[in-house]
Design a protein around this ligand. Structure first.
Ligand code: HEC
Length: 124
């Protein structure tokens, strides 16, 4: 029983050192990684490098987060074909975009769910 107290104490200080925003950012990023693994990794690979000339690399993609949100939701047909993800909700998409921006954009900043909703209303 004695041991619980110091642990609770340490946990308290650990979490209180992080701002609420940092914690949310981490949540988005962790969830986003799981969603990426489920919905994207088969084609674009874990490291984002794609697969030969079948699936493009997305590591240096300079799409805006808004364009990316639409692309994830609606898919894309160019020379290749990327299926739509009609079942993904705005929050899922926000998490994926946040994860991708952190991993390949070097940007530790959340892309909020409200921005995704707005972007999805304006998809081409
Ligand atoms: C079935 C394979 C497949 C899956 C799954 C898939 N993609 Fe794609 N993706 C493609 C193909 C093929 C293209 C190229 C489409 C074209 O011809 O323009 C593409 C294009 C893209 C691009 C644009 C690259 C650029 O700069 O033009 C991005 C970014 C992207 N995908 C991200 C994702 C994300 C994020 C997911 C998961 C939500 C995902 N893709 C799931 C096959 C896939």
């Amino acid at each position: 029983m004695k041991n619980y107290i110091p642990i609770a104490f340490i946990a308290f200080f650990f979490f209180s050192c992080q701002s609420k925003e940092e914690i949310t950012q981490q949540q988005y990023s962790v969830e986003g990684m799981a969603l990426y693994q489920t919905h994207c990794e088969n084609c674009h690979q874990a490291d984002g490098s794609g697969l030969r000339n079948l699936y493009p690399s997305i590591k240096n993609s300079n799409l805006s987060p808004e364009t990316l949100a639409c692309l994830i939701k609606n898919g894309k047909k160019g020379n290749g074909f990327m299926p739509a993800n009609a079942k993904l909700q705005a929050l899922d998409i926000a998490e994926i975009v946040t994860y991708m921006r952190e991993k390949w954009g070097g940007k530790k900043q959340i892309f909020p769910v409200d921005s995704v909703r707005l972007a999805l209303q304006k998809c081409p």
